[in-house]
Design a protein around this ligand. Structure first.
Ligand code: CAA
Length: 380
């Protein structure tokens, strides 16, 4: 087994690192404080090929492997986890599913502008009463002559206000339960489609999160993805890949906080020496490094499983569970190592700690990952 990254992977890492340092870092605190969406930066991410990294080049995608995507996400997340979730949702939750299950016409019309960054995508599964319990969809899409009539509310939708195209999960045949669920491509601006107020969040504050309200929205039949009743499987398969992206985000947040704590410990003096010379601090750094290395192995393995067309439901849940815990633990320790400075915005680690928490919640809470893992190991 070779743990070395290829030349190509290293080039992608450097490109993402340079972009994050040059385009994201300077104003990251201001965007976080004022909840400013990074519009110009997202456009640039599209130009650099970060918005559709794994997609078919025939439709404008980068044709890269999942490991490349993970490496790029990790770099962005070290500096700005809001930018990285925007990228992750567009790549994993929107473009991947469209590419995998969409028709040629759907891909030409919707995928190409999404992968080039001309348009932005959102994935609308969660509802006020269907977050973890995803089969309990209350949003309905009832079949009429040449369209479906969409009604209901979605909650906590990342890119909710900024997106142009939405993949909306809805129930068409309630009697069939999850086998009656479909997924539709819905455009912003369609009559009856309203975007709710922006959420005021603890972390990832410059990504925008909204509820979506559908009142008799007419969705053309050709905008349903795949066969009737495939929507729940579509969501589950999409989320397995999405979890690799969020695991990479968590890894990047942890790495970013660790690097800041390491650097700080070498310049901050207490009791006559740099604080890294105190074992209390050195052991913290050792634990942080070890936890990150372990998480990275699991995140990369899951990406490689996907690239090798192996089942990645289990490895993605494991990677997300471990990497999000690492992000939480490492960022808390990074704040501790910074002492009073860790508690103020200027030193970045308090933001990374706030951002880390969401990685244990979205795309399936840690408890959901344990459901997925335990079912797999008990049933296989
Ligand atoms: N691939 C394919 N099919 C799958 C699957 C997968 N990974 N996982 C489940 N399925 C199928 C099952 O095989 C089953 O199909 P059959 O009836 O044909 O056998 C069907 O789906 C129902 O599965 P379960 O009986 O396991 O369903 P469940 O109700 O017990 O739920 C769950 C399973 C894992 C808990 C699931 O509901 C789940 O993942 N919940 C969390 C949802 C989630 O991640 N929400 C986050 C929202 S998105 C988000 O956060 C985006 C963002 O903004 C960043």
């Amino acid at each position: 087994m070779n743990f070395e990254l290829t030349e190509e992977h290293l080039m992608i890492r450097d490109a993402a690192r340079n972009f994050a340092q040059q385009e994201l870092e300077a104003d990251v605190i201001e965007r976080d404080t004022q909840q400013i969406f990074p519009t110009a930066q997202v456009k640039k991410m599209g130009e650099l090929g970060f918005m559709g990294m794994m997609n078919d080049p025939k439709y404008g995608g980068g044709g890269m492997d999942t490991l490349s995507y993970v490496i790029a996400l990790e770099e962005l997340s070290k500096i700005d986890a809001s930018a990285s979730v925007i990228m992750s949702v567009n790549n994993s939750l929107v473009c991947w599913g469209l590419d995998e299950y969409g028709t040629h016409e759907q891909k030409e019309k919707y995928l190409t502008p999404l992968v080039t960054g001309e348009k932005l995508g959102a994935f609308a599964l969660s509802e006020p009463e269907a977050g973890s319990d995803a089969t309990s969809q209350k949003t309905t899409a009832i079949e009429k002559e040449d369209h479906y009539l969409l009604n209901g509310t979605k909650n906590w939708i990342t890119n909710g206000g900024s997106a142009d195209y939405y993949l909306v999960i809805a129930q068409t045949h309630p009697d069939l339960k999850h086998k009656g669920i479909n997924v539709f491509i819905v455009e912003k601006g369609w009559e009856g489609f309203e975007i709710g107020p922006k959420e005021d969040k603890l972390g990832i504050r410059s990504s925008d999160t909204h509820s979506l309200i559908f009142n008799d929205v007419k969705v053309p039949k050709e905008n349903r993805i795949a066969e009737d009743g495939f929507g729940f499987k579509f969501a589950m398969k999409t989320l397995s890949g999405g979890r690799i992206g969020i695991a990479a985000q968590a890894l990047g947040i942890a790495q970013g906080a660790y690097e800041k704590a390491l650097a700080y410990s070498k310049i901050r003096k207490a009791f006559g020496t740099e604080i890294c010379n105190h074992q209390a601090i050195a052991f913290k750094l050792a634990d942080m490094y070890t936890q990150i290395e372990g998480a990275r192995m699991l995140v990369y393995k899951s990406a490689i499983d996907k690239d090798n067309e192996l089942d990645y439901d289990l490895s993605s849940a494991v990677a997300k569970l471990v990497a999000s815990q690492a992000a939480m633990d490492v960022t808390i320790e990074a704040v501790q190592i910074h002492g009073g400075n860790g508690y103020v915005k200027e030193y970045h680690v308090e933001r990374l700690m706030r951002d880390a928490k969401i990685t244990q919640i979205y795309e399936g809470t840690s408890e959901i990952q344990k459901i997925v893992i335990s079912r797999k190991i008990l049933n296989d």
